[in-house]
Ligand binder design. Structure first.
Ligand SMILES: [Zn+2]
Ligand SMILES: [Zn+2]
Length: 291
């Protein structure tokens, strides 16, 4: 599947998907520019307020490596969803909502990823390599530099697109890296993800009437009565007992009948699902099937 478009870089795939997107640039660019301004203002606030900066840095340092990876994944997915709103048609994707307590840590983490380069950090710090990086100084330098750039000055609305394409392109690399890590830990066979479906997607499943057919999970008949015991999966509409579907979707985000994918709760699994949808958009296959 991936071999077909191996010649395409992530950015090229994204640009192709953008061109096929139904959201006009006149609507997309101002919303991206507004988001950039919001995040940049928050970063400036963190850099100007020592207690807030320390709190966000402490929050980040207290996180385990998997939690940091999850947070980074959420932030990258956020860029992807803002860039391609078609991936989340109702704009209510669960990963767009980053908890307020994590948002400052996320903004800091993103700024750190952008500004950190090992040689620069080594030459700017004292001769001892073990001295900690002065993140505050590094981020202030970087923030001033980017505020004075073309995109920072808002000289052209197109300039606000580039950071989002960059961040969204990182999604694929992020998914590749963490999927290797998952395989090493003993994850699913055949690259299959074991992450459960997102709680929001499960809660949004509509109740359905049983039609007397057997439930594909437990093989027992779904009785003919309205609502309550039976639900229909989105996007495919296959029906199962509620309790069977809940047990199944706690461990997987695919339909047991047709393997249609539901949004995943885990940012890593969700990154892979969304990226596959981006590739379908880029190749003009409009069965995005992401809702
Ligand atoms: Zn069942
Ligand atoms: Zn199905």
């Amino acid at each position: 599947m991936e071999a077909n478009h191996a010649h395409r870089s992530s950015s090229e795939t994204l640009m192709a998907a953008l061109l096929s997107s139904s959201v006009p640039a006149s609507r997309l660019l101002p919303s991206l520019a507004a988001d950039t301004r919001r995040l940049r203002c928050r970063l400036a606030f963190l850099l100007l307020s020592p207690p807030h900066f320390s709190r966000a840095l402490a929050r980040l340092r207290a996180m385990s490596l998997p939690s940091k990876a999850e947070l980074l994944g959420r932030v990258l997915i956020r860029s992807l969803l803002l860039l391609l709103p078609a991936l989340s048609p109702d704009g209510s994707h669960h990963l767009l909502r980053i908890p307020a307590t994590d948002l400052d840590a996320a903004i800091l983490l993103l700024a750190m990823c952008d500004s950190y380069s090992p040689p620069a950090a080594a030459s700017s710090s004292s001769p001892s390599c073990s001295s900690p990086v002065d993140w505050h100084a590094l981020l202030v330098d970087d923030a001033v530099g980017s505020a004075l750039s073309i995109s920072g000055l808002g000289a052209t609305p197109w300039a606000s697109l580039a950071p989002y394409v960059d961040a969204a392109a990182k999604c694929r690399r992020f998914a590749d890296v963490v999927s290797q890590e998952r395989v090493a830990v003993g994850g699913g066979k055949d690259g299959e993800w074991r992450g459960g479906a997102s709680y929001a997607a499960v809660l949004a499943m509509p109740p359905a009437a049983g039609d007397g057919a057997p439930c594909a999970i437990c093989r027992e008949e779904m009785v003919r009565r309205g609502g309550g015991g039976v639900c229909a999966l989105r996007p495919c509409g296959h029906r199962f007992h509620w309790h069977c579907a809940l047990r199944w979707l706690a461990r997987r985000n695919t339909c047991p009948c047709c393997r249609a994918e539901l949004p995943a709760e885990d940012a890593r699994a969700e990154t892979r699902r969304l990226w596959r949808a981006v590739e379908r958009m880029a190749t003009g296959d409009d069965s995005v099937g992401c809702a």
